[in-house]
Design a protein around this ligand. Sequence first.
Ligand code: ZN
Ligand code: ZN
Length: 275
Amino acid sequence: MKQNLHTHTLYCDGKDSVEEMVLEAINRNFDGLGFSGHGNNILFDPCSMDDERESKYRNDIFSAQEKYGDRITLYLGIEEDSIGKRFSHDEYEYIIGSVHFLEKNGEVAPIDYSRARFEQILHDWYADDMLAMAADYYEAVKEVASRDEVDVIGHIDLISKYNENNAYFDFEDPAYLELAKDAIDTAILNDKIIEMNTGAIARGYRTKPYPHLQLLKYIQEKGGKICINTDCHNRFDLDRGYEDCLSLAKMSGFQEIYALSNDGFYPIKIEDWNV
Ligand SMILES: [Zn+2]
Ligand SMILES: [Zn+2]
């Protein structure tokens, strides 16, 4: 099995067309490829898809399904932003729920846009209190994890995007871990799949996928479900970091990783993943 459900195209902030992504996935022996364009949040994220763009995105994927369906299974998904439009399974085969923005005192700001912007929010909104910022972030994750329509929680610890080498806080600070674990508990309670996501590796911010190893181990201990995704914005990153994901999952005690089929998500043994 080789599958990636978190991918972006020219319809949002990706670099390649749907067809280019499909051809590269076939070339790299993928069994399945899912598209998860950024759902409408146009007020705060100009890269997300407004309704007109979303309808073109859907049609383009339907055409690709017709054209390439005998060579690869293609899935129509969406990445729903915590503060953007909400979607349903009538329209999408799967929905990734993600927090990219924080809201405070009537203001909205992106936590993953750039290091400078991240630092500005941390300073101006939280007086450099990283735990206070993380608390607000994980509260928003919990809200997304409680939504019926969401199947997969996107990059659950995105708040640590710029924290390589413990730049802003200690990844293993018990007070921080408590906040993250609380969000993980909510995700597991609501039967959500938590993704391992290598997106920040491709963009040079991190050397390891989300979630941090401590959190991955916690998800395993609590009986949580995981999938592996690259959140790629470029077809050459379609399977970036997958080997690392498998070995980290194994190291954390997982035996199975979830994949999507036309009948929904199901577990596949780690040794049956061929990345
Ligand atoms: Zn995202
Ligand atoms: Zn994404």
